[in-house]
Design a protein around this ligand. Structure first.
Ligand SMILES: *[C@@H]1O[C@H](CO)[C@@H](O)[C@H](O)[C@H]1NC(C)=O
Ligand SMILES: *[C@@H]1O[C@H](CO)[C@@H](O)[C@H](O)[C@H]1NC(C)=O
Ligand SMILES: *[C@@H]1O[C@H](CO)[C@@H](O)[C@H](O)[C@H]1NC(C)=O
Ligand SMILES: *[C@@H]1O[C@H](CO)[C@@H](O)[C@H](O)[C@H]1NC(C)=O
Ligand SMILES: *[C@@H]1O[C@H](CO)[C@@H](O)[C@H](O)[C@H]1NC(C)=O
Ligand SMILES: *[C@@H]1O[C@H](CO)[C@@H](O)[C@H](O)[C@H]1NC(C)=O
Length: 408
C-alpha cells in the first residue's frame, strides 16, 4: 500500500492516545510506561555483494565497539576510548538547531509536532548534546544513506521508538535534495512502516512490537497500557519465524521487572539463534524517561511536565521512573549475549533525556478525541509527558546512533 498522501504515522499515533496518559495516572502506570519505552534497533547488513552475486552469505564482519578501539590520538573522535557519548551536557545552540522544521518533514506525526499544535516557547528545539570529551559528528543524511546502501535500518518497538523512527526519517528526508526518489509503504494494520530511498536501495523502517513479545497492546491502533498482559515466549511471532503455537498460552500479569527480565531472556535466546551475527548490527536504546511527577524535580505535587519551559540543570538528575534495576537487567542481558558471541550496543540515552522535562508534547499535539470540560479545566490531566516533541530530543538519540553507524 502506497501512502503518498495519508501520513501513516498519524494513523499509527492515534493509538498512543489510548495510553494512560490521561486522567488516571497512578504509580502502576509509571512502572508500565517506563517498561514499554525500552526498545532495540537492528541494522540489517545486506551482504553488499551486488557485483558478485554469490549465493553464500557475506563474511563481512561488523563490529563497532567504541571501547575497544585504541585510537586515542584524536580526542575529538568517537573512536577515542575516552569518549563516552552519554556523559555530557546540553548546550544552547540556536544556530545549528533545530536540525529541521516540523513543517518541512512530510512524515511528521501530529502527536509530536508541538510547534504546529500551538507551542509558543520553542527553545526546546535549540539544544545540542555535547559529550564531555568529544563532539557528536554533525548529522549528514547522505553519509548515512551511503552506509545504509542495500541495507535496512529497522527500529523495533513501541510508540516512543516510533518517534525515534519519525525523527530519523525527518532528519534524512530534510537533508536530501529533491532528485531522490523516496516512498513510504505500510502494512494495512500499520505494524510495519517502510521508508525507502530508491537511489540507495536503503530503507528506514519501524516495526511495531512493544517489548518484542506478544502482548495485548500489540495492535498499534488499539492498545491500552493499563490492560497489558504479556506472553513472554511469543517473540517468534514478531520475529516472523512462524506463529506462536499455543493459542491458549498462559497470560499473566506479573511484576514488571520480572516480565522485563523474562522478555529480555526470550529476546536474547531468539537473537542467539536467529540473528546472523555476521550481517546484523544490534543496538538497544535504553529507557526513555517520563516527567509525570513534578515533585521529583522539586515542583508542586500533582503537577507534571505541563508548563515546563526549562530543562533540569541538576547534574545527574534522575527521576524515580528510571529504575537502575531495569538498567541492570539490560546490562546483564547484553553481557550474557556477549559471552555467547553476540554484540549489542547499548545506546544509553536515559540520563541525557532525564534533564529534558520541558521537551515533551504536553498539551501541544493533536487530540484524537475531543477534550472533556473537566480536562480543559485541568490541562495536567491530559498532558503527554512520555513522548517527545519533534524536532527535539529523539533527534539527538539519532545523532548518537548515526555516530555509531558512521564509525563502523
Ligand atoms: C587527549 O586527551 C588526553 C587527556 O584527556 C591528553 O593528555 C592528550 O594530550 C589529548 N590528545 C590530543 C591529541 O588532544
Ligand atoms: C539565538 O539566541 C540569541 C539569544 O537568545 C538571540 O539573540 C539570537 O537572535 C538567536 N539567533 C537565532 C538565529 O535565532
Ligand atoms: C536492495 O536491498 C535489499 C536489502 O534491503 C537487498 O536484499 C537487495 O538485494 C538490494 N537490491 C540490490 C539491487 O542490490
Ligand atoms: C499486521 O499485518 C501483517 C501482515 O499484513 C501480519 O503479519 C501481522 O501479524 C499483523 N500484526 C498485527 C499486530 O496484527
Ligand atoms: C560468520 O563469519 C565467520 C568468520 O568470518 C564464520 O566462521 C561463520 O561461519 C559465519 N557465520 C555465519 C552464520 O555465517
Ligand atoms: C547508563 O548511564 C547511567 C548513568 O549515566 C548508568 O547508571 C547506567 O549504568 C548506564 N547503563 C548502561 C547500560 O550502560
Amino acid at each position: 500500500m502506497k501512502l503518498a498522501k495519508v501520513q501513516p504515522i498519524v494513523l499509527v499515533a492515534g493509538g498512543s492516545n489510548t495510553w494512560g496518559i490521561r486522567n488516571t495516572f497512578h504509580s502502576l502506570l509509571a512502572i508500565l510506561t517506563t517498561l514499554i519505552v525500552i526498545s532495540f534497533i537492528y541494522l540489517k547488513q545486506d551482504n553488499g555483494t551486488q557485483l558478485s552475486p554469490s549465493p553464500s552469505p557475506s563474511q563481512e564482519h561488523l563490529e563497532i565497539d567504541v571501547s575497544q578501539d585504541d585510537d586515542t590520538n584524536n580526542n575529538n573522535s568517537l573512536s577515542s576510548s575516552k569518549c563516552d557519548l552519554f556523559n555530557g551536557k546540553w548546550v544552547f545552540d540556536n544556530e545549528s538547531y533545530p536540525l529541521y522544521k516540523d513543517k518541512e518533514c512530510k512524515f511528521m506525526s501530529d502527536q509530536l509536532a508541538c510547534e504546529k499544535f500551538g507551542r509558543k516557547d520553542l527553545s526546546y528545539q535549540n539544544w545540542r548534546w555535547k559529550p564531555n570529551h568529544c563532539d557528536l559528528p554533525r548529522f549528514n543524511g547522505a553519509a548515512l544513506l551511503e552506509r545504509l546502501r542495500n541495507k535496512r535500518l529497522v527500529f523495533v518497538g513501541d510508540s516512543l521508538n516510533r518517534g525515534q523512527w519519525v525523527s530519523m526519517v525527518c532528519l534524512v528526508e530534510t537533508s536530501l535534495s529533491s532528485i531522490h526518489h523516496t516512498s513510504m509503504h505500510s502494512t494495512a494494520n500499520e505494524s510495519l512502516n517502510i521508508w525507502k530511498v530508491k537511489e540507495y536501495n536503503a530503507t528506514i523502517e519501524h516495526y511495531w512490537s512493544p517489548l518484542l513479545v506478544e502482548s495485548n497492546s500489540d495492535d498499534p491502533v488499539h492498545h491500552r497500557v493499563v490492560e497489558r498482559t504479556v506472553r513472554v515466549n511469543a517473540i517468534e511471532k514478531h520475529a516472523r519465524w512462524g506463529t506462536f503455537g499455543d493459542p491458549n498460552g498462559v497470560y499473566k500479569k506479573v511484576e514488571m521487572l520480572r516480565v522485563y527480565e523474562m522478555a529480555l531472556r526470550t529476546w536474547s535466546d531468539w537473537l542467539e539463534v536467529h540473528v546472523d551475527r555476521n550481517k546484523t548490527q544490534l543496538f538497544f536504546v535504553s529507557m526513555s524517561p517520563t516527567h509525570e511527577r513534578a515533585e521529583e524535580w522539586g515542583a508542586a505535587k500533582g503537577d507534571n511536565c505541563y508548563k515546563e519551559t526549562e530543562m533540569i540543570t541538576k547534574e545527574g538528575y534522575s527521576g524515580e521512573g528510571s529504575d537502575p534495576k531495569m538498567m541492570q537487567v539490560v546490562e546483564n542481558a547484553v553481557e550474557g549475549l556477549k559471552t555467547r558471541g553476540l554484540n549489542v550496543q547499548i545506546l544509553n540515552i536515559t540520563q541525557l533525556s532525564e534533564y529534558r522535562k520541558e521537551a515533551h508534547p504536553s498539551i501541544y499535539r493533536k487530540q484524537w478525541e475531543p477534550l472533556t470540560q473537566k480536562q480543559i479545566q485541568d490541562p495536567n490531566s491530559y498532558a503527554d509527558c512520555i513522548h517527545w516533541c519533534l524536532p527535539g530530543v529523539p533527534d539527538v538519540w539519532n545523532e548518537i546512533l548515526y555516530a555509531y553507524i558512521l564509525q563502523q
